[in-house]
Design a binder for this molecule. Sequence first.
Ligand code: NAI
Length: 349
Amino acid sequence: MLEQEFGHEQLKVFHDQETGVTGAIGIHSTALGPAMGGLRLFAYPGLDEAIVDVLRLSRAMSFKSAAAGLDLGGGKAVLIDDGGWNGTRRERMQVVARAIEELGGRYVTAEDVGTTPLDMDAIGEVTRHVAGASVSHGGSGDPSPFTARTVFASIEGAVGVRLGRSSPAGLRVGVQGVGNVGSALVRLLCAAGAEVSVTDADPARSQVLVEELGVTALPLDRFAYGAFDVFAPCALGGAVGPAEAAGLTATIVAGAANNPLSDRKVARQLADRDVLYVPDFIANCGGIIHVGAEILALAEREVEDLLVAAGERSERILLRARETGALPLEVAEEYALARIDAAVGADIS
Ligand code: NAI
């Protein structure tokens, strides 16, 4: 069974005959705390594909929370989009909420691809094991500015390690995708004096930043190959495949997008070209810190400390990788695993 192979604690598959809702919840680890991870609504071809995804994503959440310094475990929930969610959405979300409630707090959900703060509001009517509800429902609101902060900090750390510079001032940074996180990142980069170029599948989004900040908008095609010092993928996953890794001008890759490398081998390819890649879950952890703070009821000061620590940790990971010849990805995973293992050890003793 895949869940045993990946070392998951629990897999819960649920189906509600009345509404037609089918979904799965994966709990990878609760060693550090409740398993946290978003609720994804996606048109999976079938249950098998949904289960593979929930197992993969929940495991990644264990690494992400642990590496962010949070006392949270890793979980995820997925729902099959059968085309029947319109009109009955609130009712259906409450079915999901009951499945979450049955886990007694071992899993805490939040917004993800295909779900919204309004969905979290509906879930919150049934269970308290939910974060990221809309502000009007007592939720903590949009995590994007926090994500942008840690991405920016990871760029600062990377330019120190790779280029020996104390800040991105004067460096050319290409930001691919200027949605919620990308646009906030562009503002931070411009304030720091970087020379920013942007691209977006929706040109209107780039245009707003051109007018507001005087950045340069470039076409989508071949953007990754632009004459940049830093390439910041902030759109979808898979932005850097073997071709981009071979042709990038930038010597640093650090952005918000999850899984920006098409596969793990690309991390080695980048390192072989002396391109410094900041692992996604290290760079973009501000979002999980923001959402995690809601679950752990952290004070503003504690959140601030976690955000600052995340930036410092990112730099330490890059330095360690440089010293040992390991990939930053390997060092980051090792750090996360050590935290999880220490918590498991503490549980046993
Ligand atoms: P968003 O949906 O607000 O922005 C994404 C932007 O990318 C949009 O403006 C879209 O038009 C553009 N885009 C789509 N395909 C593109 C392409 N091929 N080339 C260029 N632009 C393209 O999403 P958001 O929230 O800004 O997230 C960005 C990335 O960061 C996603 O991969 C997300 O999973 C990841 N992330 C976001 C977090 C958050 O706090 N919002 C937290 C952690 C990761």
